[in-house]
Design a protein around this ligand. Sequence first.
Ligand SMILES: [Zn+2]
Length: 376
Amino acid sequence: MRAFVQSAAVFTCVLALAGCLPDAGPATVEPQAPSEEQGVDPQLSVDTLIDAPAGFVEDRVGSADYPIPPYARYLEGVKICLDPGHGGDAHKRGYKRGPTGVREAEMNLRVAKYLRAFLEAAGADVKLTREEDVDLSLADRAGVANAWGADLFVSCHHNAISNKPHVNRTTVWYHKTVDYRPSNIDLARYLCAGLYDTIALPEITGVPLKSDQLMYEDGFGVLRNATVTAALTETSFFTNPEEEQRLRDPEYNMLEAYGLFLAFARYAAAGLPRAELIEPADGMVTAGQPARLVFRLDDGLRSRKAWGSERQMILTDSIAVRLDGELLPHTFTNEGYELTAELPADLTPGERSVEVQFQNMNKNSVLNPHFTISLP
Ligand SMILES: [Zn+2]
């Protein structure tokens, strides 16, 4: 167990050294049935995780073993909604459980709570879709993030596969296509890197970012219903007997949470770009006025006023404006960071959707690309 803590410390020391991470695979925990009570069917049991001792989280978050890196300061004020997958399902025999009955719903919730502790220590605003062992619909989970106006939404899961107990790898899932919402890919990429650097499963898949259309034609309900930047993590496989036992261990859950925390911190440090419609600010295009839209772009970096931040930090060729999916001609000026798009003259009246895309110098795409305008 101690090995996890030590490896967390080692990883943080070498984060800057890409490709130089030590080969520290997970340690082995002896298999043990989660419920030692006589006569309890382990595939119906609850409280299947090893209890954390008192003060466990407080002793770790920000400690030498789980430090809050200085760059995590850019998480301050970022609104992050975490969705611990499943819950309220213990009565379904064998449902989302490992070989000895360890429940996915429980590990998801504990990792999300540990992750919240790290994020809040860095100043982020965090909301969980559930705090207890209860179920919510997939639409309701996304609805929590949407209604709150979250910047980022992550559904935390662990994976399963039948009849292949040896399988154990990390994947992170995005909705539909890479173009559906490019910031979803950014989020997924950082999450995957964070898990690679901490729990560092020895087995990998060549393309760890996966489309949810590989599973369902319409994708995952929790991602389909999200109107904010969203991804779903499948940290590891609880159907792998050794991994199932590690996933019961609070120290391992802490390490998972730390990897996800580093992911959010690195993402925020690289700048979270945003767009604002400033003309017409209310989206109501006035008849007889010049038919154009003006957006102010925020690369997520310039406001830090670092040396050189008056220079353009948006990739010019990454800028695109679409009206109902069709590209509009646009101009962008570094001064004021204003993006102007010309509307065609012959538009029929009504509500239209506008999408703005751009990437900052760290290749992070705008978090809020979608706008609605009303044409006279
Ligand atoms: Zn799941």
